[in-house]
Design a protein around this ligand. Sequence first.
Ligand code: HEM
Length: 404
Amino acid sequence: MLKVNLFHPDVRENPYPTYQILRTEDPIHKSVIGDFWILTRYCDVKSALLDGRFSSNRRPQSIKAKHQYVLEKGGDLTTLLQASNAQLFFIDPPDHTRLRRLVRQAFSPNVVERMRPEIQEIVDALLSKIRHTGRMDIIGDFAGPLPASVIAKLLGVPPEDHQRLREWSRDLSYLLDPLLSLEQYTHLNSIAEKFKAYFSTLIAERERRPQKDLISSLILARDQGDKLREDEVWSICMMLFGTGEETTVNTIGNGMLALLQDPVALGHLKRNPCLINSAIEELLRFDAPTQLTFRVAVEDVEFGGKTIPAGEDVVLCLGSANRDPAEFSDPDRLDFSRTNNHHLAFGEGVHFCLGASLARAQSQIAINTLIQEFHRMKIQTKNLERRENISLRGLKSLPVSFTL
Ligand code: HEM
């Protein structure tokens, strides 16, 4: 019997050999370390993402159960529970359909396209501080601060509050982690309370005086007489920080690492900046920032000759699907000329990443600026450490030296 532990730190360090074993030996694998299934082939992961018999609703259910438990001990997860009910990736249709339709109106690809000059300004301001030092930590000095500043600007948060929101949002990414302790849930509840208090004030201001920002658009969004409630507006603002920060930091970090480890690909991209869009798609495929996503079977599901019983959890390995040789030729090689690169880094189906345009714009601008303006970049450590998150894959730091 195949015995793998996808969550073991050594496997998280480099999950690709384990994915390959699973894909070839047992692609629909019942884990021996817990009551859950692991899907690793592109075709299976994609069909599960598109299959309404797999629900995304497990997390609010477990927060509810934890809430009941901590209530008896004098604790409280009310705000986290309230917020989780409006997190798109945790809810199923028809609630999901209604909420997504309202949010999508405010958060369209056009809004993001208009932001490109502002994203470039934020990128340039961050790089101007380190340009003459000859060294930088690509994560700590650059990729880390970028997405929270962009989301804050998009929402209309005043600049003096950016740092505060960035600190809160760093912890929020653990909301996507499947294995949380009670202390982590309690901490997440306190972060949700801070977001609620902060955004409730801002929402009240925008209700009085709407501006050209995303909060005002969320307040004004209408669909056949329906509108977002105030608790939904602040929960959505929180969600944008929670999902949009760490994933984008990791796209830039993982992408730069892959380029620095493949000088031929890096040189090719440096000489051909017009390839940046296809390069970002290939970097997302090659080392997906969201490696795993989770579902629960709502009924017995026949899948590839096996039965996944109702109520059992399913881990969908996006990072493995993206390296499946049945779908991508020579999948372990970076190839910016790959055509029809239909990777699953942003998921698929009703939960397809709402922030994909924003993530793409930021990554294109950030990586293009780094490789065009900084030369002879070299990694300055042999011990690159990964962040501890189970589903999100990224580096703690990426120190490099460079010349101008
Ligand atoms: C490159 C960076 C990013 C990656 C790799 C990524 C990846 C993903 C994936 C895989 C999903 C689907 C999860 C599932 O089906 O279970 C998702 C959903 C989502 N993402 Fe992203 N994301 C990124 C950036 C962003 C940004 C910048 C934002 C917003 C500011 C964002 C907001 C969302 C939201 C709201 C959902 C839930 C959509 C829904 O359920 O309808 N993401 N993302």
